[in-house]
Ligand binder design. Structure first.
Ligand SMILES: Cc1cc2nc3c(=O)[nH]c(=O)nc-3n(C[C@H](O)[C@H](O)[C@H](O)COP(=O)(O)OP(=O)(O)OC[C@H]3O[C@@H](n4cnc5c(N)ncnc54)[C@H](O)[C@@H]3O)c2cc1C
Length: 419
């Protein structure tokens, strides 16, 4: 089998490992637009803080050598010739394939005027992160303005404060990480960020990045202009699919895939942040841009490319915050809940979202104990009232009943089959 993988992120490198393991004689080429060995984006902040490379280059810098695959760096794919089964690179060269795995991940998405100006920095890839942190290390920046308080904006604000500069974060919604956290959980994060010295501007919208040669300030909806040495956009991500224009590979926001991660074109698969895979619970297809989904999808796409018939059960929604000093975890969704159980104390907020007695979402801040148990109940679609032994007849709307179920943590999970 001659396989080409576009991307050496978590999805691409997992695909490469799987191809090699399942078919030792396969001829594998992997392509990365960047000049680095395969790396883990979630480990970037730690790398810039500590200099540690082991978690950043999580598979080892020599992984491709060890796997015996042809890994090409700064090899930017510009198009795909599906008729002739060739990938077309920016330098004009063509690489033939029998199976193609698209694992090109995602890039910054900033639908704000002036976002394409030089000087609008981001923390989405190691290349852009190096550029940003390089300015601080060279003493060119003592202030930063981050637009967007999603997971990446929040993580970056913590890193930049640790690197010793003044950080302002501007968020359009009225609480941080609005697509991941509910209002109450977000309060814990906001308090921790403010205690660390991050200047949070919530409910404030940025209209434009300003600057002649490069962006030096932002204009707010109110007309006010804020200036900083570093202007950073952390407004969202968008799958890397530009090179699919004009090809028969169906794409919407991301590449559309079926339950086997096959695209609309035979022998072309997609995995990771670039793929619109089904949601494990709702079955809805959209991009679930998290690391564990990318790894699993990469493995399944590769196995199926070799002729297996593995069905992908669906992607999970799960996020946690590192480096905040306070543990925060969000699993599943808050949308569509018909019951909300909220507990905790002054230091923590713990909320379960239920629909028809089944957990559909979990938000834990300050105290993330039992996260694994709740996740397991959510994934098993377990009717949680069945496990409320010891509190028979308990009013579910009572404050924090689920956290005090005496039997729940001790009930063997093996017996918890969904109804
Ligand atoms: C700062 C940060 C923190 C994160 N924290 C977490 C976390 O805590 N937990 C979590 O689960 N997820 C986290 N994520 C998300 C996680 O990193 C992604 O879901 C994961 O990296 C997706 O893997 P991927 O292989 O699909 O794509 P990517 O990791 O984006 O890799 C894409 C690859 O494709 C290559 N490529 C793109 N376009 C081309 C082209 N045209 N030609 C050739 N090569 C191309 C790139 O060079 C790269 O090698 C974080 C992301 C960031 C940026």
């Amino acid at each position: 089998m001659r396989a080409v993988i576009i991307g050496t992120g978590p999805a691409g490198i997992s695909a490469a490992e799987t191809l090699r393991r399942l078919e030792p004689a396969s001829d594998v080429t992997s392509l990365s637009a960047e000049p680095y060995p395969p790396y883990s984006p979630p480990a970037m902040a730690d790398h810039f803080l500590t200099g540690r490379e082991e978690t950043l280059f999580w598979k080892g810098v020599d992984i491709s050598e060890r796997l015996g695959i042809d890994e090409r760096r700064e090899a930017v794919v510009e198009g795909i010739d599906c008729d002739n089964r060739e990938v077309v690179l920016q330098d004009g060269s063509h690489i033939g394939y029998e199976a193609l795995i698209i694992a090109s991940g995602s890039r910054l998405y900033a639908p704000i005027e002036g976002a394409d100006k030089p000087g609008v920095l981001d923390f989405k890839s190691l290349r852009t992160a190096n550029e940003l942190v390089g300015k601080i290390r060279r003493g060119e920046a003592s202030t930063a303005l981050i637009v967007g308080a999603g997971l990446i904006g929040v993580e970056l604000s913590i890193l930049l404060v640790e690197l010793g500069i003044n950080v302002t974060v501007i968020e359009r919604e009225s609480w941080v990480m609005p697509r991941t956290l509910d209002h109450d959980t977000a309060q814990v994060v906001e308090t921790a960020l403010r205690e660390r010295g991050v200047d949070l501007w919530l409910g404030v919208s940025v209209e434009e990045f300003l600057g002649d040669k490069e962006a030096t300030s932002v204009k707010l909806h109110s007309g006010e202009v804020l200036r900083a040495d570093l202007i950073v956009a952390a407004t969202g991500v968008k799958p890397h699919i530009e090179f699919l224009a004009g090809t028969p590979v169906s794409a919407g926001w991301g590449v559309q895939v079926d339950d086997h991660l096959t695209t609309s074109v035979r022998d072309v698969y997609a995995a990771g942040d670039v793929a619109e895979a089904a949601d494990l619970l709702s079955g809805e297809r959209y991009v679930h841009a998290i690391f564990p989904n990318a790894v699993v999808q990469g493995r399944i796409a590769a196995a199926n490319a070799l002729g297996s018939n593995i069905r992908y059960d669906g992607a999970e929604s799960m996020n946690s915050l590192k480096h905040l000093g306070v543990p925060v975890m969000a699993i599943g969704t808050t949308q569509g809940a018909d019951e909300v159980l909220r507990g905790g104390d002054g230091e923590s907020v713990r909320t379960l979202y239920l629909k028809g007695n089944r957990i559909i979402g979990v938000q834990l801040a300050g105290n993330t104990s039992r996260a694994g148990l709740y996740r397991s109940l959510l994934l098993r679609r377990a009717d949680v009232r069945r496990y409320s032994r010891g509190v028979e007849g308990a009013d579910f709307s009572m404050a924090d009943p689920i956290f005090t179920w005496p039997s729940l943590p001790h009930t063997p999970l093996a017996t918890m089959a969904p109804k």
